[in-house]
Design a protein around this ligand. Structure first.
Ligand code: HEM
Ligand code: HEM
Ligand code: FE2
Length: 489
């Protein structure tokens, strides 16, 4: 088993860490693209003529959400490359392979996005399916890129598992490797084409729901466990035990929770009961994750080597709980979903969940990596610039997304009420809701908080480029103290 020791010495970055940095840089560039296209799509709600015929809403929205999926995946792969050597206690097995893999993946993503932007409209045929766009929300990449992505993920999987095999296994790495199998396997379900829209949606949800509510959650559970050891020197036995419990509960509720997407797509009625019941249980593991993080942070008196990373890990624990757990629970019973389905309510949940559960933890790991890049310098209290940049970007990003979430929730309430409850889901009811004052104001407020979010991301980039640069003090070895603290009596 690996130890909790945090190496205070900082030589050059290891091969795995250098590859991880490539992934982190690409992730941040794509994060910026996500926000750029989000701002455009948000403005188009207020000024419907904006870029009409040049960059339509459908395309801006598509790039916004696909860029999000890809940057989060890049971030996760970076995080795994970052921790794999430390966790395995040995060097990465295929360094050259990992490098080539990174560039192939990045080139493919660039080509796919350029094609989205250059070929925006036209009939959907077998050829467009292969070359332009697969037409599946969130994973729109054409078939050629799909195959390439699967290949790249397999190479990544080989590299990670072979490194653990060469070095040593731990509870965290065992869960991680099994989870990567599920993560890669599920993607294939999204490549199955059928002209029957019910069947198509049935399989598409296997990727979308089972990714974010099962395999991604488990992946961040592993990253969180490792992150708590690194930021706080948390006890490995305790975090591993939590990890097992969370994973069991996550799969227990998340797999059948899939049913909350089968209410209205033409699947049999028993999904109302199954989906309603199991998805209502989904918040339980998320509560466990908050308790776990806060327990560990409290146990160590919040003494950490890296305040920004710890703050973002805590933001993750709460963001995951509120965005996924609370906002998801609100509309997961079929009786409620009948009214809220596909309204801005859904978008409200989508924003808080993706940001709260996944953007946050990626940012946390990047702060951990930056600390190492700067030579394991002090990144806690009394930073050179008093840490105003990281604190303000943390505040602006979280306030921005929370503000957007509330604005969208109000717009969604209005839609559910007018379009569904009063007008009985008619075509004219749809337009009545879209033109009501609360909806229109909600879109304006979303934009105001969208700008707050944008300011937060600009500050985040500035901070990542500068934090710790002039710092001379080294980190303190907090692990020795805390390991003793945890020693069994
Ligand atoms: C981090 C985890 C989660 C993420 C990232 C997430 C994200 C999303 C997104 C983006 C959508 C919209 C999908 C679409 O385009 O149609 C959605 C839908 C939905 N989510 Fe989640 N979600 C998460 C967890 C949960 C949980 C735990 C629950 C239940 C307790 C839940 C309940 C729902 C429901 C019921 C819908 C369907 C909304 C509708 O009918 O329009 N989600 N989720
Ligand atoms: C400047 C900030 C942002 C703006 C203005 C913005 C705007 C938008 C707009 C206009 C849509 C389309 C909604 C619709 O179809 O009605 C959208 C969708 C979405 N955005 Fe954002 N966004 C921003 C930031 C983010 C962030 C930070 C995340 C998560 C990390 C995110 C995740 C999503 C998701 C998951 C959807 C799909 C929601 C659904 O299908 O219901 N966005 N966004
Ligand atoms: Fe779901």
């Amino acid at each position: 088993m690996s130890t909790n020791a945090i190496s205070v010495e900082a030589g050059p970055l290891s091969a795995g860490q250098r590859i991880a940095m490539h992934y982190f840089v690409a992730a941040m560039i794509l994060f910026f693209a996500q926000i750029l296209f989000g701002v455009i799509a948000g403005l188009q709600y207020i000024y419907p003529d904006l870029f009409f015929g040049q960059l339509d809403f459908s395309v801006a929205r598509m790039v916004h959400i696909n860029a999000m999926i890809v940057w989060l995946l890049f971030g996760f792969m970076g995080a795994v490359y970052w921790l794999v050597e430390d966790e395995a206690g040995t060097d990465l097995v295929g360094v050259g392979l990992a490098k080539i893999n990174f560039w192939i993946l990045t080139a493919a993503v660039t080509v796919v996005v350029l094609v989205y932007l250059f070929v925006q409209i036209g009939p959907g045929t077998k050829t467009t399916l292969w070359l332009i766009n697969e037409g599946r929300e969130y994973i729109e990449a054409p078939r050629w890129a799909d195959i390439g992505i699967v290949f790249c993920v397999l190479v990544f999987f080989y590299n990670v598992s072979a490194t653990f095999m060469k070095g040593r296994w731990s509870g965290i790495s065992g869960v991680l490797v099994l989870d990567l199998v599920a993560l890669a396997g599920l993607y294939v379900a999204g490549m199955y084409f059928t002209p029957n829209i019910s069947v198509d949606q049935h399989w598409w949800w296997w990727v979308i729901h089972l990714w974010v509510e099962a395999t991604w959650e488990v992946l961040v559970g592993c990253i969180m466990a490792w992150g708590l050891i690194k930021t706080l020197g948390a006890n490995r036995r305790i975090v591993t035990t939590w990890l097992y419990i969370e994973v069991a509960m996550m799969f227990g509720s998340g797999i059948l929770g899939l049913g909350h997407h089968y209410f209205w797509i033409g699947t049999p009625e028993y999904w109302f009961t199954i989906g309603g019941f199991f998805s209502a249980l989904e918040p339980v593991p998320l509560v466990a994750m908050v308790v776990h993080a806060v327990y560990d942070a409290g146990r160590h008196g919040f003494k950490s080597n890296n305040h920004p990373a710890l703050a973002w890990l805590i933001a993750h624990a709460f963001g995951n709980f509120f965005g996924a757990g609370v906002w998801g629970f609100m509309h997961t019973l079929p009786q409620i979903n009948l009214y809220t389905h596909g309204t801005q309510w859904t978008s409200s949940h989508g924003h808080l969940a993706f940001f709260g559960a996944y953007a946050t933890i990626n940012i946390a790991i990047i702060y951990l990596a930056i600390q190492r890049v700067r030579g394991n310098v002090w990144m806690s209290a009394e930073l050179a610039d008093r840490g105003w940049k990281w604190k303000w970007s943390l505040g602006l990003l979280n306030a921005g997304v929370l503000g957007m979430t509330m604005a969208l929730l109000i717009a969604g309430y209005d839609q559910s009420f007018i379009e569904r409850a009063l007008e009985g889901s008619t075509w004219s009811g749809y337009f009545k809701a879209q033109q009501s004052a609360w909806f229109l104001q909600g879109m304006v407020w979303r934009m105001i908080f969208g700008w707050v979010t944008t300011a937060g991301i600009v500050l985040l980039f500035w901070d990542l480029l500068t934090i710790g640069k002039t710092e001379k003090r080294k980190i303190k070895d907090i692990s020795v103290v805390s390991t003793l603290e945890h020693a069994p009596a």
